[in-house]
Design a binder for this molecule. Sequence first.
Ligand code: TGC
Ligand code: FAD
Length: 389
Amino acid sequence: MLDYVDLEADLSEEERLVRDTAREFVDEEVRPTIGDHFEAGTFPEDLIAEMGDLGFYAPNIDHEATANLGERAYGLVMQELEAGDSGVRSMASVQGALVMYPIHAFGSAAQRERWLPDLAAGSAVGCFGLTEPDHGSNPSAMETRAERSDDGEGYVLNGSKTWITNAPIADVALVWAKDRSAEGDPVRGFLVKTDREGITTNHIDGKLSMRASVTGEIGLNDCYVPESAVLPDVSGMKGPLACLTQARYGIAWGAVGAARDCFEAAREYATDREQFGGPIARFQLQQEKLAEMATQITTAQLLAYRLADLKERGDLRPQQVSMAKRNNVAMWRDAARTARETLGGNGITTDHSPMRHLANVETVYTYEGTHDIHTLILGEDLTGIAAFE
Ligand code: TGC
Ligand code: FAD
């Protein structure tokens, strides 16, 4: 397995164990069926509770229901899951970084007690509703709104969300909406049980990317929620954006895993496949591809490791996460295409992983902030001038 600058040497016993557990899970539970799920457009739902048992949901938050691991161990889990498939890593990201993290960071004691044990175990599924049909890269323009109910004891939600991972299978949706009852209409987070009246979800069909993941829309039509559904400790866009920083950190690691899986498929194929009287790995053109992939994966891996140290000591800035998400996902996109090329015609089937990773990366390049948006975040950080509008 590619680890060109021996980062393994610096891992603690616990980190190795966690990494090996996730790797074994992927080898035994994900790889054998993921191609079929990808073709069928289904998520392997039997893995949801198993991932809970293994502690893969928000292991980096400090709570009695979670695995309580460090940031590097968490990153290693994301790396191994995405080496299996982005749909599996996405499941863990949404559940952990986008639903459990905000409940832990901004929720009430009652919300933490109600949801964290079930979400950690995978006996409940959460989803994160930020994107809307007309507001993707600019969620602060969202139209979903919350108004005080007539009895003054809750809120009535109206609006719609789209492209929501896990929405059709979720028990609880964290819906971000503008609170019309407060000065300046601040964005607030609402934990909406999906069996409530007024909330509907549907399934987005026809995806050619991230096929082994369930994606849907959320409709909110006079959906009443009690006051106790509001995340009490955050108001404004920093609520959802702070969650995105957590998930983007996991993606920076995941990208390394997916790219590594592409590289390993290409290396194995190149040494086995014979043309013109010997393995294609003896051609300089093929060696250049492997050398370039290995180099780019290694530099992305170093960035992910550095982020873990900064995050662990509380010094990580969101813009540094943007750099890593942007760089590592673009690196993976190039590596997947190159690996697919090395596999020739055999590379376009689900028998090998690179084409599936190549299809998936189109989603990851787009969600959690498009490549362009992260370029602009970096541009603003580097120059002090915002170029979004
Ligand atoms: P802006 O005015 O810049 O900031 C508002 C407040 O938020 C703070 N902040 C952050 N905090 C934590 N992490 C971050 N990344 C933060 N970025 C900003 C900021 O300091 C400020 O705080 P305060 O205290 O001053 O109020 O916010 P803006 O609304 O202008 O946003 C700018 C922009 C374009 C960068 C942002 O909207 C953005 O990142 N857009 C991209 C949208 C996006 O990434 N959507 C993702 C949807 S979820 C998803 O895709 C899940 S897929 C998951 C899966 O399946 O794996
Ligand atoms: P747009 O914002 O319309 O962008 C279209 C193009 O314009 C892009 O290339 C973009 O980079 C570019 N662009 C936009 N603004 C600028 C600018 N200022 N300067 C230059 N170029 C610009 N969202 C959730 O809330 N929860 C989820 O769980 C979730 N899961 C998803 C799962 C999948 C499979 C997919 C595909 C998406 C998911 N999303 C989710 C939505 C995702 O976050 C959005 O697709 C993403 O933020 C981009 O928004 P958009 O698709 O509306 O594109």
